[in-house]
Design a protein. Sequence first.
Length: 263
Amino acid sequence: MERGLYIVGTPIGNLQDITLRALETLKGADVILAEDTRITRRLLDRYEIAKPMVSYHKFNEVARLGEILDRLRAGQKIALVTDAGMPGVSDPGARVVTACRENGFGIYVIPGPSSVVSAVALSGMAAGGFTFGGFLPHKSGARKRRLLGLASGDLPIVLFESPYRLLKLMDEIEQTLGARRVFVARELTKKFEEGICGTPAEIRESFSKRAVKGEIVVVIAPADGTETPATDFGPGEDETEISAGDLDPADDDHLQSLENPPA
């Protein structure tokens, strides 16, 4: 391995979904930047990798840049991981990649599992491509406007969503886009993996007698001409406050524990 930043894709759930190259890179790194060191420790312990870790998450990524660049100047090999999937895709990583490029350091990518393409494949909706929207904003009006913007094309929309806001998202899809077909992928590759397809109303009904839990990816089908008109959510809505339903406990969208299901 040469000096530089290595962007390493990690399992999205099942710890067996790790590439040989990713393991080799983690073993060869001088230090590992981890979104949550507790979660990454489980992966390292599983494969008997003993390497120092430095926390690198959305609350400290700017403050860490100087230290990371100093390590690279000293000739270190740095692996960047997130809790699950690829760093820099709706997770911390983009800032350090940009800083490394601006300072002339090598940047290498070690691809791994993706919840986005896994959900798309399971949905059967996106043979011709899709639009990825990541997480929607927290405020209701901004969420609906973002949905409308994403839906302006003719491709399926793929979103990440917190379990605390999934049912709210179903309401918003129904109000802004109509009764489109939706696929909800929950806990991908984990013991309780689930895929549900239906209208927003049918998705709500599926969760009417149980709690929504786990990591969620939502695929929204493009318009087919049968949707009901979108309702007006505009001028009267207060954008200055976030309702209690908009907030997660501790506001942790991605710092959820990974399960280690049986093979």
